[in-house]
Design a protein around this ligand. Structure first.
Ligand code: ZN
Length: 280
């Protein structure tokens, strides 16, 4: 099996200080959490940013501060969210690509998301795919159900997403596929040969989906975006804590963990010539 790529998603769009006092919200807190997670074994940092009130923002200056702070300290791959929150406009979402990150999320379809609706219209997705392609940004194709995989493949057929594809399966969100072994297997069997994949289990499903992914040859994402609990009834105090648990589990299960440079190779990422959010 290839080495295991661990993504850390420290903040997300929805976790607040009311949920947990430990979620990093300021640029410094987010960057420090990503750096601590890199030290623990994470190869990718998935970034959402917040304004001074702790609310979701798509302000490029705030993203840039996180990028600069992280890149001062380590070579972790940065994967910027192009989703933001459910209220974020298409223009704001597309603008994130201007930061030229090495990787960005590509949410491959619309769905009910908790009590809201997550809009990803066909025309928006084509624009986003074009933008990532033009700027040599690796799209992380997030699929919350099997239909989204085929949605992405339809856009790829138009020449807007290039192989090899990298998928992130998101299981256990209210409105998406439940986090079951059968659903994960179905997702894995639905992607083209040569693709890479990772999986997220929302909230209490984080560790079980992570464990299945390690065994099946996929990759994993952890962090307070997905779960604030380390185990039942116990809040995680740091994001690195989740990463450390995965490193230990991977070791127990005989899977080596990838460095950021190894992750770039596994994901067939092209070197970026000029980059702000890319490698230093
Ligand atoms: Zn996210």
């Amino acid at each position: 099996m290839e080495k295991l790529i661990i993504t850390v998603a420290p903040t997300g769009a929805q976790t607040t200080r009311e949920h947990t006092p430990y979620v990093p919200l300021t640029p410094k807190e987010i960057a420090d959490s990503i750096y601590e997670s890199w030290k623990a074994g994470a190869a990718i940092g998935h970034v959402h940013v917040r304004d001074i009130m702790g609310e979701n923002t798509m302000d490029l200056k705030v993203y840039q501060e996180v990028i600069d702070r992280v890149q001062e300290k380590c070579d972790i791959i940065l994967n910027l969210t192009t989703a933001g929150g459910l209220e974020t406009t298409e223009e704001e979402r597309l603008r994130v690509c201007e930061l030229n990150p090495e990787m960005a999320t590509f949410d491959a379809g619309s769905m009910n998301f908790g009590e809201g609706v997550f809009y990803n219209t066909p025309s928006f997705l084509e624009k986003l795919a074009e933008e990532t392609q033009k700027r040599n940004i690796k799209p992380e194709i997030e699929a919350f159900d099997v239909g989204m995989i085929h949605n992405a493949l339809r856009i790829a057929k138009k020449g807007l997403i290039e192989e090899p594809f990298h998928f992130q399966f998101v299981l256990g969100i209210a409105g998406g596929m439940p986090a079951t072994p059968k659903n994960l297997m179905h997702m894995v069997e639905s992607i083209p040969d040569g693709s890479t994949w990772s999986a997220i289990g929302a909230s209490k499903h984080q560790l079980t989906i992570n464990t299945m992914s390690i065994l099946l040859g996929g990759h994993v994402r952890v962090g307070m975006e997905d779960s604030i609990y380390f185990r039942k009834g116990e809040l995680a105090q740091t994001n690195a804590q989740f990463v450390t648990r995965i490193v230990e589990l991977a070791d127990t299960l005989g899977r080596e963990v990838a460095t950021p440079e190894e992750a770039r190779q596994i994901l067939s990422m092209q070197p970026k010539s000029e980059s702000i959010g890319g490698r230093t």
